[in-house]
Structure formats: C-alpha cells, structure tokens
Design a protein around this ligand. Sequence first.
Ligand code: PLP
Length: 295
Amino acid sequence: MSSGILVMIDRPARGQAGDGEPFRVVPADQPALRATVLAATRGDGVFETAAIRRGAVQAAAAHLARFARSAAMLDLPEPDPEVYRRAVERGIALLDDASDAAVKYVLTRGDEEDPAAGPLGWAHVHVSEDFTAARRDGISVALLSRGYALDVTETSPWLLQGAKTLSYAVNRAALREAARRGADDVLFTTTDGYLLEGPTSSVVARFGGTLVSTPPEAGVLPGTTQQGMFAYAEGLGLGTQFRDIRVAELVGADALWLTSSVRLAVPVTAVDGVPCRIDGALTAAVNAALMARTD
Ligand code: PLP
C-alpha cells in the first residue's frame, strides 16, 4: 500500500526566519511527529484537503485563503501561502501518479513541551480514493442535530464553527451515528430547524432554476466545490443563492447534493429514509466541469 509523500514544513508561518528550505521530504511510513505536538494532544491546528487532478491542485488559491481564514479564527500565526504552495508542489512532483490525487496540509500551534519552537506544519500528498460510484449512484444521509441554533457564530464564536480545525472527532462520531442508522453520510441541522452542512461537505439544493446553499454566517465552512458548482451553474443560466434553508423545505427540493473537493458533487438519494428527487443530468455535467477545473 502506498503511503503517499510527506513534506514536513519546519517554518510554516509568514516571516519565520531560518536557513535553507522551510520544508523537507521525509519517509511517509516512518514516525514524523513528537507525541507532545498540539495537533495530537489538543487537535489545536487547522488543515485543508484539496484535490489534485492532472498534477495540479484544484482551487489552490481558494484553499490557501480558507486556510489563512481558519488560522486567524484560532489566533494561529498566518501560514505562509508560498511555503505551502511550494511544499505541496514538491510532494506532487514525487508522487508516482498525480493524475487523480489529493493533499492534506496542516498548520499546528507547535509542541506543548517546547512552545518556543513555534508552529509547525506538513503536507501529505496521496492518490485519491475512487468516488465514481458515489457521484453516479448517490448517497443516503441522516439528519443529525449539531446541538446549537443558527446564530451560533454570534452567540458562541469560541466554538469555531466555520473554521477547518483538526478537531474532527465530532464529525467522525456523526458519521458513525449515520452508519448505525443505515445512512451513508450526515446532514447537520440546527436546533431551530435549519440545514448546515455535512461533516466533510457543503450542502447544495436546487429549487426550480436556482441552486441554494447555506451562508457562511451560519457557521459552515465556505466550500470551494460549492463555489465551483455555483460558478458553473451561473454559466448555464441558473440562479444561485446563499440563504438559510429550513429542514421543512427539503421535501420541495428538486435535487440535493453534498459537495467536497475530492468526492465532488454527490447526489443525495434519501434523507432519513425518505427518497429525494435526483437530477442526474445536472450532476454529471457539474462533476465533469468540476473535474476539468484548472484554477
Ligand atoms: N464543510 C466541511 C465541514 C468540510 O470539512 C468540507 C471539506 O472537507 C466542506 C464543507 C467542503 O469544502 P470543499 O468543497 O472546499 O472541500
């Protein structure tokens, strides 16, 4: 089994001085982090996962911008986009096959036993899982409450909703709960009856000729794939809109998707066991366009 290419980033923050390259390639199947790194002990850090197609990162600038936004929300030093861009490029160059791959890159606050050493990061480039079947056949979802109301970003910004933090244990637990309920994935809801996003995806619904997605103000991660889908849809003459979506509106949706960088737009076939309408033609066209993106 290939474990991909691992690039440790010793000086990930803007303005960190030092000699030589700020990153180094290390064996991906060997230990690379100390047990006291805050990424491991507190989940204290941020990350991005981006698709690599035909040897290039898709939506590279949008991912780097979101990475910086997440870091700022956690009061982390600003990641140096040029260092990350070059580190990822180094990883891609060493991958046997970068035609359909992915990268996860990380910034963590550092080591709890050695705070003076400052932040540290890494980028792991690896071949992608094949999501052809999910894109074609769709997935079922379970609605699970996130346990807070739609105004969470105003009432409790310290919950960091909308930041892509390393603390994804809740997202993983939600997926296990979905599996217990016989569903493939999750659509999070608020306590006051609105849709949020999936544990690793944005939600897009079609109502007539308009695609709708949850606004970032609701505490969801601004999705780069959702943005790409909106741009493509606008080119087709469809309307696009960010607005709060009530759970009760789902029965009237003409199609529903979960969107994310690597899996792309997967149609939702059922919500809590209730079948959804599927727009096979638009799904196929959107995924072909997303796959072809070069920006
Ligand atoms: N929302 C959450 C919570 C995510 O983790 C992700 C991606 O992993 C997304 C949305 C979709 O973002 P993108 O389309 O940029 O991959």
